[in-house]
Structure formats: structure tokens, C-alpha cells
Design a binder for this molecule. Structure first.
Ligand SMILES: *Cc1c(COP(=O)(O)O)cnc(C)c1O
Length: 228
């Protein structure tokens, strides 16, 4: 896709999504400033991704470590807040740590411990979210909701990793209303741990997630479908 065509299309889509976000905030009695959009650039080229901050979205997310590293290296001259939103293996921590401001899907205590060790070694601090498998699908990564309350001890022991909240992916559903119980579960767990952030809501269900209190939506296809 040509750059001018991309700019025009994505600008329109951003405006349309902004209206939907504002309306969902309105229904929930929330301020628009409580919701951060992470634009998921995994389906578009680095050349197109570098246009996105100029269109108004400077939080960008990638779900694969190598692709995060590749795109970030090509966009160093642009102010981007990078989010690692996908599954992270321990042997990829050193790739991601220098780039990602936030790691969304920490799904085990082993990974949390390895992140703490790596962050301590390189003298950095990093914000993470714990992934919860709130929909209970067997194939999915994440902590079971029942084990989350007991994580408060492990969280309190961290020095270089800051656990700021919880993240989940709802089960795919034709009707986004079906995601509401999953989002509600995550919010209750977040409140119980006294954390601030929730990363939930994607293209198909972000308005429900906002109504249920999310602070971050991860949006890809609603902006970039057909743009590759
Ligand atoms: C791809 C992806 C998204 C964005 O999904 P869309 O439905 O395209 O908005 C969000 N979160 C994660 C973890 C992803 O991998």
C-alpha cells in the first residue's frame, strides 16, 4: 500500500475508533484519558509502522520478540513506546528488555523470576503485566484465576520488575458480549491485588473491555486490516 493511501485510511480508522472508545467511556462513566491504545503493528511492514506515531498512536505493540527487535531498530528516530504483547520465552528476555517499556504477557513465575534476574543484571527496571487465562481455555497461556491472589507475595519480592496489572485474551466469540464475564473476572482479580492496569480488549471486543474497566486496549486489525 502507498504511504499516502495508508495515511488517509488509517487516519479515518483512528478517528472512527476514537469515537467508539469515547462512547464506551461515556457509557461506563469513565474519562477517555483512562484508556491507552496500543496499536498492534504485527501485520504491517516497518515502513508503514513508522507512519503510525505521526497519525497519533505512539504506543506500538508486537507479539513476537524478533519482530519487535527488527521494527524497533528501524524506528529509533521516532518517539515510540514499545509494548511486548505476546508470549515471551525466557531465552528471548535479553532481546526484549532493552526495547519494551511494558511486557504484557508474563505467564509463569519462572518467567517473572528470570525477568527480575535479567533486569537486575542490566540495571534496568521494567513494567510487566501478568497474563491470566480467565476464559479457561486449555490451549492458552497464563495463570489460572484461582492462583492469582496468592501471587501477591511473589510480586512484593520483586525489585527491578514492577507488576503493574493483569492482561488477558478473551475466547474468540461471534458476540462480544460473551467476553464480558472474562473481563469482569480480570478486573476483580486486579482490584484484589491492588494493581492499577488492565490490558484487555482487541478489535472484536474492545468496547466491552472499556465498559468493564480496562486501561489498555490492544488494537490491530481495526486499524491495519488490508494494509500490508
Ligand atoms: C494480534 C494481537 C492483538 C490485536 O488483535 P486484533 O484483533 O487484530 O485487534 C492483541 N493482542 C495480542 C496479544 C495479539 O497477538
Amino acid at each position: 500500500m502507498q504511504e499516502a493511501e495508508f495515511d488517509c485510511l488509517v487516519r479515518q480508522r483512528i478517528a472512527a475508533v476514537d469515537e467508539r472508545i469515547a462512547a464506551a467511556c461515556g457509557r461506563a462513566g469513565r474519562a477517555r484519558s483512562e484508556v491507552t491504545v496500543v496499536a498492534v503493528t504485527k501485520t504491517i511492514s516497518a515502513e508503514l509502522a513508522r507512519r503510525v506515531p505521526g497519525l497519533g498512536l505512539s504506543d506500538l505493540g508486537e507479539n513476537r520478540p524478533q519482530e519487535l527487535v527488527r521494527k524497533a531498530a528501524l524506528l529509533t528516530d521516532i518517539p515510540v513506546i514499545w509494548h511486548m504483547i505476546g508470549h515471551l520465552q525466557r531465552n528471548k528476555i535479553d532481546l526484549v528488555l532493552p526495547i519494551a517499556t511494558r511486557i504484557h504477557a508474563v505467564d509463569s513465575l519462572r518467567l517473572l523470576d528470570a525477568l527480575e534476574a535479567a533486569a537486575a543484571k542490566s540495571g534496568v527496571s521494567v513494567s510487566v503485566l501478568l497474563e491470566v487465562n480467565a476464559s479457561g481455555e486449555a490451549t492458552k497461556h497464563g495463570f489460572a484465576p484461582a492462583e492469582v491472589p496468592a501471587l501477591d507475595m511473589a510480586i512484593a519480592a520483586l525489585r527491578h520488575v514492577r507488576v503493574d496489572g493483569l492482561m488477558t485474551m478473551a475466547a474468540p466469540a461471534d458476540d462480544p458480549e460473551a467476553c464480558r464475564p472474562t473481563f469482569r473476572t480480570l478486573r476483580k482479580l486486579r482490584d484484589r491485588l491492588g494493581l492499577r492496569e488492565l490490558s484487555m480488549g482487541m478489535t472484536n471486543d474492545f468496547e466491552i473491555a472499556i465498559e468493564e474497566g480496562t486501561t489498555m486496549v490492544r488494537l490491530g486489525s481495526v486499524y491495519f486490516e488490508g494494509c500490508s
